[in-house]
Design a protein around this ligand. Structure first.
Ligand SMILES: CC(C)(COP(=O)(O)OP(=O)(O)OC[C@H]1O[C@@H](n2cnc3c(N)ncnc32)[C@H](O)[C@@H]1OP(=O)(O)O)[C@@H](O)C(=O)NCCC(=O)NCCS
Length: 103
């Protein structure tokens, strides 16, 4: 929850709680955590659109103390390697700048 709160659209606690609930309950919403040793350093959340064969990166966030070390890029690569065989990997308006950077 702390990590997702760094997303510009998740500053409001109620909105953030709804987002967490969707990741817990909606099978189309999947949240992956980047762990090193026992520490969670990053989070990346996707929406899986089976009908259109698209995976939309909705959230991506790295602990501020661990930024600019390549973790964000590695999370994008991991999502690509999991899904790219069957799905197009897309960004939303919020994640587009960083995804474009990773191309
Ligand atoms: C965006 C974010 C996940 C990047 O994670 P990271 O682990 O620091 O990224 P990496 O180390 O893999 O890549 C760093 C590069 O991405 C660039 N970058 C960082 N944030 C960026 C952004 N919002 N848009 C475009 N590029 C960005 C850095 O300038 C750096 O560029 P360089 O390699 O030319 O120096 C992290 O900055 C973050 O958690 N931001 C707050 C949440 C957020 O705004 N998410 C939406 C991003 S569009």
């Amino acid at each position: 929850m702390g990590l997702l709160s760094f997303m510009p659209n998740e500053k409001d606690v109620k909105k953030l709680q709804q987002t967490i609930k969707a990741y817990e309950e909606n099978e189309h919403w999947q949240l992956y955590l980047w762990k090193e040793a026992e520490d969670v350093l990053g989070a990346i959340g996707v929406y899986i659109d089976h009908e259109n064969n698209q995976v939309v990166v909705q959230h991506i966030s790295v602990n501020p103390s661990y930024r600019d070390m390549g973790i964000g890029r590695k999370m994008i690569e991991a999502i690509r390697s999991i899904y790219q065989e069957k799905y197009s990997i897309m960004a939303n308006d919020l994640t587009k700048p960083f995804l474009s950077k990773c191309d």
